[in-house]
Write a protein that binds this ligand. Structure first.
Ligand SMILES: Cc1cc2nc3c(=O)[nH]c(=O)nc-3n(C[C@H](O)[C@H](O)[C@H](O)COP(=O)(O)OP(=O)(O)OC[C@H]3O[C@@H](n4cnc5c(N)ncnc54)[C@H](O)[C@@H]3O)c2cc1C
Length: 386
């Protein structure tokens, strides 16, 4: 195909960078537009397993990412006061995850992707798209600096609150399904007090989870999820809402919340919402990643689907011209995305159990992992499920 095809990629997150990488391999030129003034680093921890791990391998990112793998850690389930209920040793966590799994900071994954495309794609930071017009031959985007770019394809990889989706497909409210929960996740500047290095504590109570991870300096993080009676009000309050929802807990939580108060801007804080659309493309505009199908953290796999979706998109564009390639790509991907979206409900029961009985069942399941032979069984059933 030579270098004659151009794609405008909106969003330099996981989906956008992976698309730029894969399209370059397919012979395309990519212009990447990112709203943020510069690349972000750090962020929350992502697990890459199954199709996500396979896509990392196919995109040639395994060697660079392996250096940033946070590895498995000792997992301690705690009571509200922070005292240990029971501990799952690191070796058992590792065995249950299997060999084809990795845990990386979102910023590290984005850095590795960025390094892989920095020399081949053109980047425009602090820029967004204000208008999109298309005809039979191509698509023209107007950028926020007033300039325009003509391309064969425009990829909206601008996340859950996608601007491309609003411009081309309609208002977010038409596609967003709220799951009535909030999530907060942020890196810890200081090693959290109250837990040993190389371990993570998790408190799971009715309607909420608080997890604090001590993997040493620059590698520690915190994660909170809870059911919210009014997600709009919580969003308006910002990350401070986490102090109200989790202020009663002990262990590493008070220190994590104190660090959040010192630097609320470094936190991810949003309502948990899925995006459900009948079609991910319109003519020469296609949505990719959370912009198209956000499955939520309750389903896991969002980053994995962004990577495998980008990889499959590049493959489809090698075979056919858009929009035929987009139709083939979507029918290949949709069953897996819909399966993951449905699994988010199971995730809610895990991260925010509806009753004390559900909490007890979840405790028992985790406790069982430590029994001899069970971790091998779990490993086998995980492999089978994938
Ligand atoms: C706490 C948490 C834990 C998670 N854990 C996991 C996990 O363990 N495993 C997993 O696979 N997934 C996980 N996920 C999901 C995963 O993080 C997302 O699915 C993934 O980041 C989606 O990538 P994306 O590139 O589609 O969107 P995003 O990461 O949201 O990137 C969008 C990019 O577009 C930019 N942008 C936004 N609007 C515009 C605009 N108008 N113009 C230009 N640029 C714009 C943004 O600045 C950003 O750079 C988790 C999510 C959360 C919140």
């Amino acid at each position: 195909m030579g270098n004659r095809h151009t794609a405008i990629v909106v969003g330099a997150g996981i989906a956008g960078l992976a698309a730029a990488l894969r399209l370059h391999r397919a012979g395309w030129r990519a212009v990447v537009v990112e709203r943020a003034p510069a690349r972000r680093s750090s962020g929350y921890m992502l697990n890459l397993i199954g199709g996500g791990y396979d896509a990392v391998e196919r995109l040639g990112l395994l060697p660079a990412l392996a250096k940033r793998d946070l590895g498995a850690f000792t997992s301690v389930l705690v009571r509200a006061d922070g005292s240990a209920k029971f501990t799952v040793p690191q070796a058992i966590v590792e065995a249950a995850q299997g060999a084809r799994a990795m845990s990386v900071f979102r910023g590290d994954l984005e850095s590795v992707l960025f390094e892989a495309v920095a020399d081949t794609a053109e980047f425009r930071f602090a820029t967004t798209v204000t208008a999109v017009a298309q005809d039979g031959d191509g698509v023209t985007a107007t950028f926020s600096d007033g300039s325009t770019e003509r391309a064969d394809l425009l990829i909206g990889a601008d996340g859950l609150h996608s601007g491309v989706r609003r411009l081309v497909f309609g208002e977010e409210s038409r596609f967003r399904v709220d799951l009535d929960h909030m999530v907060g996740a942020f890196p810890l500047r200081r090693v959290p007090s109250g837990l040993a290095e190389g371990s993570g504590t998790t408190f799971i109570g009715p309607h909420r989870t608080a997890a604090v991870l001590n993997l040493g300096p620059d590698r520690s993080s915190a994660f909170f999820a809870y059911r919210s009676a009014d997600t709009e009000a919580d969003l308006a309050r910002g990350p401070a809402a986490l102090s109200e929802a989790f202020g009663d807990l002990g262990g590493g939580v008070p220190d994590a919340l104190a660090q959040l108060r010192e630097d609320p801007g470094g936190a991810y804080f949003d309502s948990v919402s899925q995006i459900r659309m009948d079609s991910w493309s319109r003519g020469r505009v296609v949505l990719l990643g959370d912009a198209a199908w956000c499955v939520t953290l309750f389903a896991g796999y969002g980053a994995g689907l962004a990577l495998s979706g980008a990889d499959a998109l590049g493959e489809a564009l090698e075979q056919d011209d858009p929009p035929a390639a987009l139709a083939a790509w979507e029918s290949r991907l949709r069953p897996e995305v819909e399966k993951r979206q449905a699994l988010a409900r199971t995730g809610i029961a895990r991260f925010a159990p509806p009753t004390r009985f559900h909490v007890w069942v979840s405790d028992m399941t985790m406790r069982a992992v430590t029994l001899p032979g069970v971790s091998r069984l779990i490993q086998r059933s995980i492999a089978k499920a994938r």
